[in-house]
Design a protein around this ligand. Structure first.
Ligand code: NAP
Length: 311
């Protein structure tokens, strides 16, 4: 079997197009969604992530404000900033880019964000609403996975779903979203016994582990839909040979950058067994930013939508 590609990048483009059209509509009526992105310190990867979020806002007509603070910023300074952003009406979403520096109390800062502006969907209030299946802002990566499966018309009702990973960011929320769509869900983690045989029961297998290429053919039921959330780097020639063989594109990327990306799934092995498979890169990653845009628009509609008379 050769798995059909679940093209997250094209689904992300479709979501962004839809958000962009709605933003134009609302802006014509005097309502424009706004996102504040807070970044502390000099972590290069975090700066790249935030820049690409801000750029996507610009492309879609969403107002954005990038707030860059020094590595030495204190918890008190961050709390004061968040309080100010909470009070500004034109700011619908507040994004605190993680990680925060060690001297700060990250949980306290994140929990001080107004739940109505919590576009990452990580505040305990939104986590509770997710658990209870009540309206609220959902974490972007899990929500993106659901959108993608829906758009590919992959049946979730009654499906056996296995999620490997139980993080607050991905594993746990995606399992709850699946449950609310009437899937039969099993959550696995580092202490699950006989993981491969549990995973092999899945019609939909979601890997959110952070272990390069760990999920191989023995974890996958023939024909299953496999969603690979992992983002890992291959940095040794041995791993490059093992996972990518003579794939010239990968070899060129490795030569150029000193690494190439891989998910938690062994891509060549999975492609032989799975019915559907997300690529890495180009699968789940692009969906996350698209859903951040969708959440920012949703946050505006929930908080300020009644100001608008036309929609
Ligand atoms: P995390 O917080 O480190 O959680 C990893 C989970 O995997 C934990 O629940 C852990 O179990 C489990 N795990 C670790 N080793 C395992 C093993 N050998 N067998 C079974 N389970 C194991 O990571 P995360 O934030 O959920 O992210 C997971 C991956 O997704 C990472 O590669 C991350 O970079 C990627 N990611 C990608 C996106 C995207 O947009 N593409 C977004 C978010 C995350 P325990 O709970 O028992 O420790």
């Amino acid at each position: 079997m050769t798995a059909k590609l679940l093209d997250g990048a094209s689904v992300a483009r479709a979501i962004k197009d839809e958000v962009g059209s709605e933003v134009v509509e609302y802006s014509r009526r005097g309502l424009r969604p706004g996102l504040a992105a807070v970044i502390v310190g000099n972590d290069t990867a975090s700066h790249i992530y935030v820049s690409s979020k801000v750029k996507t806002c610009e492309q879609l007509g969403i107002f954005s404000e990038k707030i860059e603070l020094p590595e030495t910023t204190t918890t008190e300074e961050l709390l004061a900033l968040v309080q100010n952003l909470n009070s500004r009406d034109e700011i619908d979403g507040i994004l605190i880019q993680l990680p925060l520096p060690k001297q700060t109390d990250a949980a306290l800062v994140l929990n001080s964000v107004d739940p109505a502006k919590d576009v990452d969907g990580l505040h305990p209030t939104n986590a509770g609403r997710l658990m209870l299946n009540e309206p609220g802002l959902r974490p972007c990566t899990p929500a993106g996975i659901i959108e993608m499966l829906e758009r590919y018309q992959i049946e979730m009702t009654g499906a056996r779903v296995v999620v490997i990973g139980r993080s607050r960011l991905v594993g746990l929320p995606v399992a709850l979203l699946m449950l609310h769509r009437h899937a039969t869900v099993t959550i696995c983690h580092s202490r699950t016994k006989d993981l491969a045989s549990v995973a092999r029961e899945a019609d939909i297998l979601i890997a959110a582990i952070g272990r390069a290429g760990m999920v191989d053919a023995g974890y996958i039921k023939p024909g299953a839909a496999v969603v690979d959330v992992g983002t890992n780097k291959i940095t040794t020639p041995g791993d490059l040979d093992y996972f990518f063989g003579d794939d010239q594109k990968r070899r060129a990327a490795f030569e150029k950058n000193g690494y190439t990306l891989i998910g938690d799934v062994n891509p060549r092995a999975a492609a032989e067994v799975a019915g559907y498979l997300t690529p890495v890169p180009g699968g789940v990653g692009p969906l996350t930013i698209a859903m951040l845009m969708k959440n920012t628009l949703a946050a505006m509609k929930m908080r300020r939508g009644s100001e608008d008379k036309g929609i």
